[in-house]
Design a protein. Sequence first.
Length: 277
Amino acid sequence: MDLTLLFPALMCGVFCYLGAIESACLFGMSGGYYVMGRPLVAGLLCGLVFGDVSAGVLCGVAVQAVFIANLSTGGATNSEITYASYGGIGLAMATTKDPAIAVTLSVLMGQTLGLIFYNTRMALYSFFNGKAQTAAEANDGRGITKWHIIYPQICTFFIRAVPVFLVVYFGQGVVDTLLNSVPEVVTHIISVLGGVLPALGIGMLMNIVIKDKAQLIFFLAGFVLLSFAGLSMIAIVFLAALVAYLVFLSSGKTAEPALATSEPQETTAVYEDDDLF
């Protein structure tokens, strides 16, 4: 066992708990799920604890691109993004530090381990909610606190921090063994597919955001400016903001105020039943 990996693996587990939507420490959705739970933030934090911020950010950017169009409708989800963030990026940082490998591991973690524990959490929370409702009907304040706050937080910590810690700490040897034992062509295919998945995420986002196919011209223009004109990303952002503002001004419609008339309008209502009047 590598004791130098103990602290980074433990911190990845703690970060995964803090990134939960029900985490009380960072106000749940506000500071937890939409901040700590994002792959881009996870890449930065994993890079800090593993001592390689640049590699962590690169892994975070690649994984964020994959999950950028990930939507959860109601209680249904197709992937648990916090497990994918800290489990996949943490395990990649413990092994190859390759963004393509991080993408592959994140998708695997989010759609297997993440969904298993997500459904486990939902089942346990249904039990906790029933107990909390019983305590509320009995006017038991202590019981409400236990079943609505304390026990769910303990449950969330154990089903998030412990699995991610075990995956990062004990998964390093497994991933290294697999990468060293499989043929080189297989690892090349994994790297290629890991590089394609971010493009797939961007494509899914464009499918949601772009309503008119003519708007694709702006995406193609930005791609040409970045790839062939050699402009920096910051310059393209300013140009995109300017173009967006001009398009907004050109497409804006001002409502003409209705002309007020002083002449009374005649009522032409016809009543069919003469007995009413």
